[in-house]
Design a protein around this ligand. Structure first.
Ligand SMILES: [Mg+2]
Length: 253
């Protein structure tokens, strides 16, 4: 079945959940994560989808939820889930107990100590932990070594959960995944089917909870060598935007 045919079938169902990653899908990947803004028209297409009867739209990102909202400009009724499926509402971090807050601070200190020794490496604090970014480390071998030190160090602490990404290792003090987030959303919405788009390693956990042929999973990556559990592929954010636009048009007709 072609993606076009799968979208047609999906659009004809009663209640659907349309969910998507942010970076690499709605927003092109850029070297400065703080400047990753949506492709023009992407959020408009999602917003128009979210206004149609029987459609719930969710953006599920590794970003903390506040940053996701600020960068994307996405607002209700679109649901935003941050920190790889762990952060569902503002101020979530306040609900962490003293032990988890202490563990988070230990993780951040250890990551910062590693980043200090590898020029270009950066630590991004998150409500539930932190991420070590090595995208801007000039020597790829040094970047790989920094990630390896993080895996052997703070990632190995009891209660710490690691998520691998492209040139990033994210550590959290609560177990969460985009797959679990999609499962929760599917139940909340009572969706007949779920569509999900993602570009990164973390999105594979989301693809893994989707069932063909009813659900529609789309990998956003132009490199055919990248292995994915998704059933369909598109090249990049512009093609992802086309998926949202086509879906809205199909749903309206
Ligand atoms: Mg992404």
């Amino acid at each position: 079945m072609s993606l076009h045919a799968a979208l047609g079938r999906f659009a004809a169902l009663g209640t659907v959940l349309v969910a998507t990653d942010y970076d690499g899908v709605l927003a092109p990947i850029v070297s400065d994560p703080a400047a990753a803004f949506p492709l023009p028209g992407s959020v408009a297409a999602l917003t128009s989808l979210s206004g149609l009867p029987g459609v719930t739209v969710a953006v599920v990102s590794g970003r903390d939820r506040a940053t996701l909202g600020r960068l994307s400009g996405v607002a209700a009724p679109i649901v935003t889930v941050g920190s790889h499926g762990a952060e569902w509402a503002e101020g979530f971090e306040a609900a962490l107990g003293a032990d988890l807050l202490q563990l988070r601070s230990t993780v951040l200190s250890a990551l910062s100590a590693i980043a200090d020794r590898f020029p270009g490496a950066a630590v991004e604090p998150k409500p539930l932990g932190g991420a070590l970014h090595v995208r801007n480390v000039v020597d790829p071998a040094a970047g790989a070594q920094a990630l390896q030190e993080a895996r052997r160090g703070p990632a190995a602490l009891p209660g710490v959960h690691a998520t691998e990404g492209k040139a990033v290792l994210e550590l959290t003090v609560l177990d969460a995944s985009k797959g679990r987030a999609l499962t929760v959303l599917r139940e909340q919405v009572r969706a007949d089917a779920v569509l999900y788009l993602g570009d990164d390693v973390t999105d594979e956990k989301a693809f893994a909870v989707l069932d063909a042929p009813r659900d529609v999973s789309i990998k956003v990556d132009s490199d055919p060598a990248v292995v994915t559990a998704a059933r369909f592929r598109v090249d990049g954010p512009a093609e992802a935007r086309s998926v949202f636009e086509e879906l809205a048009a199909l749903r309206r007709s």
